[in-house]
Design a protein around this ligand. Sequence first.
Ligand code: 0L1
Ligand code: MG
Length: 259
Amino acid sequence: MQDVDLDALAQRVNEHQRKGLAMRKLTLEYPELTVEQAYRIQALAVERELAAGDRLIGWKMGLTSRAKQVSVGVDEPIYGRLLGAMELKTPILSVTGLVHPRVEPELALVLKGRLEGDSITPRDVWRATECVVPALEVIDSRYENFSFTLVDVVADNASSSRFYLGEQGFSPYHTQWDEVGVVVRKNGTVVQTGAGAAVLGHPVRSVVMLAQMLAREGLALEPGMVILTGGITEAVSVAPGDRLQVAFDGLATLELRVE
Ligand code: 0L1
Ligand code: MG
């Protein structure tokens, strides 16, 4: 087993996240890094932001679709941490400080109750949910060419970068979330389509799984937190000048301007 200074790696990841600089995969240098160590690097990198004044406001689940899992060669989703500074208050994305941003439509849950433990059920999730919100996640891998292993991407906070929550929240009982259809248009052309079922069969399962994964670390989902449940379609690359129009059938259409 290689001797690894996890704090030094967290500092490296954090600096690249802050500056929006691409870096080589950690696993090229440390091929024996484990997923557990990668989550530790993620936590240590985020702690640097918290020490600098940011706030943990939620969690994201990533690699929740079979297609994404296959592309990274894994069977299980991953999670990342959402910070206050990541939230776009208006649907305008500046690519300054980003490496190679991509946008994906998601359903976000805003919690009003606490979820803790490995025996959480979908019913527990709904009871603890204030509302469901159509959302856009901007992912941005800090690795060269958006290429990484599971360990690398976990260490890089599951490619977390920015997110935007639509203005209208919906009751958790408003509709069948697995059946919500989504159409993504880029500059007027349809580039992706999908349905809520792309997220582990039903987005609520993503939150159940997140609670289970966090329970292993002694962590819980707290009231007020935002949970990004996972991409409903493949992520779409964006560049300055692009306009995305993302229609969540029967709910809302979100428009994102990229600058
Ligand atoms: O939110 C996501 O599903 C992204 C997880 C990390 C993989 C990627 O960057 O594509
Ligand atoms: Mg995502």
